[in-house]
Design a protein around this ligand. Sequence first.
Ligand code: SF4
Length: 361
Amino acid sequence: MNEHQSDNAKALVCNRQEDLVRQKGKNRKAVSTEKVLTVEELHVSFKTFGGEVQALRGVSFDLYKGETLAIVGESGCGKSVTANTIMGLIPQPPGRIKNGKVLFKGKDLTKLSKAGLRKIQGVDISMIFQDPMTALNPTLQIGEQLTEGYRTHHKVSKADARKKAIEMLELVGIPSPEERLKQYPHQFSGGMRQRIVIAIALICEPELLIADEPTTALDVTIQAQILELFDEIQEKTGVSIILITHDLGVVAKIADRIAVMYAGKVIEIGEKREIFYTPQHPYTKGLLNSVPRLDLKEEELQPIEGTPPDLFAPPEGCPFTARCPFAMDVCDRVYPETTQLTKDHAVNCWLQDERSKLVFT
Ligand code: SF4
């Protein structure tokens, strides 16, 4: 990183995030080069009364064994649709996977039948949803909810399933697990309920865990505990995690790589330190600039002016053109190709394209 970039980067992140990025950078585990999941040119749309919403418009990324990939972006950018497509949860109709692949263990998940998907859902790939209270059944004891999926997929006895459930509650840090198995969701606090949801997601030892805004419904101290728990569990089990969030503090804490989405596309992807310290896409810079910093007054925050494009009729060129202070003629007409900046860091912006550099130098 040169001196100029370094100064700019320091100005971009809030103090707390900077600490967290440094801390995680120091402790960063060695991530395997083995791919667990490959998403290729995924196009997903939804038919509505108003027309067809093009929610995903060519999303591609890889996920490696034992890593945490955070997908970030504004509401409506396609983060959750990406997660739900991987998990096989897109209702068709009104949804339609128009193009692309989701490759997991040599299979394209978009081509699997409902029965084929059921064999994978909750076993090889699990998902944690935002609100633990709605994810749990209020009328069933925790023990039943923990063991139900495990017994269905593993054909084990009740006693063995119970033993496994106790093991899982211990793993997620719930004290007196034997007694707590008999309790109902309302007898637990919000943080404890999210721990139970995590235990349910992990009981079948999945290779991939998708966490969709897992800490949004929790207060800050519980949020920190749950994030610690994700780290611990990943170290113990080696599970790969896709974390969907709009909270850059969460990302700074646990992500290894970050994919930034905008208007149904991944517009920048890279190792966490690259995205926080040397972001290259104007939207990524805008996202980082709009986060509160301890050393700035509220009025010094820089929001991103304007709104995302209409996904009923998305623009052919760069979708950020209308909001971008650096927009050029070409931006509006042609979508920028991917520029690979480092092994991990890639961006879709004409400013980084070698051809535009020739014009401006
Ligand atoms: Fe801005 Fe053009 Fe880059 Fe899009 S491609 S972010 S409009 S400079």
